[in-house]
Design a binder for this molecule. Structure first.
Ligand code: PEP
Length: 257
């Protein structure tokens, strides 16, 4: 049993405006107890437009809930219309930011090189990146899921020093399992999460690899989370669809019950 605290994070994607966010967060945090927060770190990743609302709620009510963004710019500031910088996220006291979510890679053409620049921008501003990696269906069918995912790890972590890398969160999200209801088996999740930890040990060392939290993401639900979390190299879940239902999200946080 590792001493890594599991991180359960809800990726709201492009759902819930800032008013809906209030009701949703209140429902989640009303249910969660100190016991829950002791066992698991809980975070939500709402759209940018909800972040100020999250900050107000968390600070005013002294909530233990963490929050963060779904993306950030690789740049610090300047003529980058529509982009949000790491410094802006830090000012809103974001703890986390997702980098390279498969929907960013697929619909916005984000490459490993860009993800690497975003990981650097996040660390520069003391916001912890959640680097998302994972293979598509064709790669999985060809049996190349490990090699594909490790190449994304190599690219995303290029030139990241150990003192930053030990704080990163990796989310292994097989693209074929995201939003499809197709969940990877616990063994599928362990195969790749274990390989990711092995690669971290090669790139840095075993001590660092043992510190890094590796989440699984892809159609996680209350009914399947426990078996996935029981795998030795799975340290949390990145939850899409099911996190929009406050009761389901709380059940996922309580995966041990
Ligand atoms: C995600 O968006 O990161 C995700 C895992 O989505 P879902 O849980 O809906 O598959």
């Amino acid at each position: 049993m590792s001493d890594r605290t599991p991180l359960i994070a809800g990726n709201w994607k492009m759902n819930l405006n800032h008013l809906e966010a209030i009701a949703h967060v209140q429902k989640i945090t009303f249910s969660l107890t100190d016991k829950d927060y002791e066992a698991v770190e809980v975070a939500v990743l709402p759209p940018f437009t909800d972040l100020r609302t999250l900050q107000t709620l968390v600070e005013h009510d002294k909530l233990k809930l963490k929050y963060g963004a779904q993306d950030l710019s690789a740049h610090d500031s300047g003529a980058y219309t529509g982009e949000i910088s790491g410094a802006m996220l830090a000012k809103l006291r974001c703890s986390y930011v997702a980098v390279g979510h498969s929907e960013r890679r697929q619909y916005h053409g984000e490459t490993d090189e860009l993800c690497n620049a975003k990981v650097k921008a996040a660390f520069k501003n003391d916001v912890t990146p959640i680097l998302c990696v994972g293979e598509g269906l064709e790669v999985r069918k060809a049996g190349n899921q490990v090699a594909h995912t490790l190449a994304q790890i190599d690219g995303g972590l290029k030139d990241i020093p150990a003192e930053q890398a030990e704080r990163i969160v990796i989310a292994y999200e097989p693209v074929w399992a995201i939003g499809t209801g197709e969940v990877a088996t616990p063994e599928d999740a362990q195969e790749v999460c274990g390989a990711i930890r092995g690669r971290l040990a090669e790139l840095y060392d075993q001590e660092l690899a043992d510190k890094v939290r590796i989440q699984y993401g892809g159609s996680v639900k209350p009914g399947n989370v426990a078996a996935i979390m029981a795998q030795p190299d799975v340290d949390g879940a990145l939850v899409g669809g099911a996190c929009l239902d406050a009761d389901d999200f709380v059940k996922i946080v309580r995966f041990r019950d």
